[in-house]
Design a protein around this ligand. Structure first.
Ligand SMILES: [Zn+2]
Length: 347
């Protein structure tokens, strides 16, 4: 099959396009002819090499995928060849306490398609049958189906489950243009919250407003966005801050959160070794909460919102599979607003 794969850890130059053997379907798995695969920052982290993650090469990235089932494993009876599906990219061992209680993302062996095992940047992928979900073809396109899963389930857990966002509360979403944030703004509005988003350009500001943000702060013009949050909330601070930035924003997040408020940390794109003045934590009685990926239940609930049209995947642009290297460079440059999706035309 044709695939765009990593030949080793490194920059975009380790991405090659060529032939790889087709994956073989196991008895509890299905084989999918890929229509499209959503690109995530995770693909860049995997390409660069994640400390502690040992991969054998060639490795096929791509955690988000949508396509058509072309083969099913011997044990599979509840889904048939020809079904159009998208995939929950995360999976646990299925046997431990976390998995049995429905909290797969807390499983010690939690893994992702495209990270720990081959993903969707190829003509075919093999995934666990319990991780596929048929999508309504009349309501969403294959490109939207491939754009939706990872960012929507991530935003769903960080805002709703871990963040416990309630109607009337104010949430700050940092970096409005990321795939997760473009969904996060919509989910927060759906929850009846007031949304303050930050971003870096006039064009992205406009798009964040279009998605429903109540206030957008341009952090290039207004580097002290924490003060602006304070002013916009009658000097109370925001009840919830979603910080996926890390070093560059952490201190300001601690200042911008309200007394008794919550900071959900979900990523560290600018570095993870932050400084925390714990006086801010105990005096303001704030909660610092982690979130990553989601459970199967959260995935299903999040996808239902997409299928009902309550959440619209935001697509920035697409690249064909053979241009994956260019797509990585484009995403790394950070100019996008929403998702970059790779289209695959299998034979
Ligand atoms: Zn487990």
């Amino acid at each position: 099959m044709k695939a765009a794969y990593f030949t080793g850890a490194g920059g975009p130059e380790v991405i090659e396009y060529g032939d790889l053997p087709e994956p073989i379907v196991g008895k509890n798995e299905v084989k999918i002819k890929i229509y499209a695969s959503g690109l995530n920052h995770l693909d860049i982290f995997v390409r660069n090499g994640i400390p502690g993650l040992k991969l054998s090469y060639p490795h096929v990235g791509g955690s988000d995928m949508a396509g058509e089932i072309v083969e099913i494993g011997d044990n599979i009876t509840d889904i048939s060849v020809g079904t159009k599906v998208l995939v929950n990219p995360g999976f646990g061992c299925g046997k431990c306490k976390a998995c049995i209680s429905g909290e797969e993302s807390l499983c010690k062996r939690f893994a992702l398609y495209g990270e720990h095992v081959w993903g969707g940047m190829a003509e075919y992928a093999v995934v666990r049958a319990d991780k596929v979900l048929p999508y309504p073809e009349k309501k969403i396109t294959p490109i939207e189906a491939a754009a939706a899963p990872l960012v929507t389930l991530t935003a769903y857990r960080e805002l709703y489950t871990q963040g416990n966002l309630r109607p009337g509360q104010t949430v700050v979403i940092l970096g409005a243009g990321s795939g997760v944030s473009t969904v996060g703004i919509q989910l927060a509005k759906l929850a009846g919250a007031k949304v303050i988003a930050t971003t870096s350009s006039k064009e992205k500001e406009k798009k964040a407003y279009e998605l429903g943000a109540d206030y957008v702060i341009n952090y290039v013009d207004t580097p002290n966005w924490d003060k602006e949050v304070y002013n916009l909330t009658n000097k109370q601070g925001a009840e919830l801050i979603v910080d996926n930035v890390g070093v560059a924003t952490w201190k300001k997040s601690l200042r911008a959160v309200s007394k008794g408020g919550r900071i959900v940390t979900v990523g560290a794109t600018t570095g993870s070794m932050v400084e925390t003045d714990i006086r801010m934590v105990f005096w303001k009685q704030i909660h610092i909460i982690g979130s990553t990926m989601s459970s199967q239940r959260e995935f299903l609930e999040a996808m239902q919102l997409v299928f009902e049209g309550k959440i619209k995947p935001v697509i920035d642009r697409t690249f064909p599979l053979e241009k994956l290297r260019e797509a990585h460079k484009y995403l790394e440059a950070g100019k996008q607003f929403g998702k970059v999706v790779i289209t695959v035309k299998a034979k």
